[in-house]
Design a protein around this ligand. Structure first.
Ligand code: G3P
Length: 218
């Protein structure tokens, strides 16, 4: 399973990239707003730090303008993935950009039917938002299960399921159990994946005992 980080904070991305476990980055207009910096500069910087796919989202809602924005974003770096909303105009734009060799991430996916359309439009990624479904009392993970089941029936679909709107580490674990290709995870949750109290306690006990031996490996 690939791990993307869901942020436009370049300092955070640099820090997490140093772990060697980061496969890509996703941003959206809200994350750009939070970063408080010009979008095009931020995307270029992120693309230079992380060689994997970096999602940059269009903000037009009409096909022609969306395509223009997408083409401009795609020119920023070879690893830009243009993010378009799951609307008729978004999918039309997805088809064109894909045919031009640009990776496309179809975002704001909330149903299996929508995910089917994204695959038919040739998207590189589809982003189902699990947390936002949970927020309204639905089961985000059930949607991932449904999408994976459908995609498995059609091995020619190249679209990767990118689990988004991740709220906790269990979302990541459940997505992996279902075979989802990617999870995009906020930085704090990505760091939580490393943590276990027994790891911390066990390491402390080993180091305390080691100190008592008076030895040194180097
Ligand atoms: O980038 C899209 C998605 O991950 C947004 O998550 O937390 O705003 O629902 P959230």
């Amino acid at each position: 399973m690939k791990f993307f980080v869901d942020t436009a904070d370049v300092a955070e991305i640099k820090d997490l990239a140093a772990s060697g476990l980061l496969d890509g980055v996703t941003t959206n207009p809200s994350l750009i707003m939070k970063a408080g910096r010009p979008m095009l500069d931020v995307i270029k910087e992120i693309c230079a730090v992380v060689p994997g796919p970096v999602s940059a989202e269009v903000t037009a809602v009409e096909h022609k303008k969306m395509l223009e924005e997408g083409r401009k974003l795609a020119k920023l770096a070879r690893n830009v993935t243009v993010k378009v909303p799951l609307t008729p105009d978004g999918l039309k734009t997805c088809k064109v950009l894909t045919s031009e060799g640009t990776m496309v991430n179809v975002t704001l996916c909330f149903s299996a039917a929508q995910a089917l359309l994204a695959a038919k439009a040739g998207a590189s990624f589809v982003s189902p938002f699990v947390g936002r479904l949970d927020d309204i009392g639905q089961d985000g993970m059930y949607l991932i299960d449904e999408i994976m089941t459908i995609y498995r029936q059609y091995p020619h679909f190249k679209t990767e399921v990118l689990v988004a709107s991740v709220r906790h580490t269990q979302h990541v674990v459940q997505a992996a159990k279902l075979g989802a290709h990617v999870a995009t995870v906020p930085p704090n949750i990505l760091r939580q994946l490393f943590k276990h109290v027994l790891t911390d306690n066990g390491l402390k006990a080993f180091l305390d005992d080691w100190a008592k031996t008076g030895q040194s490996i180097l």
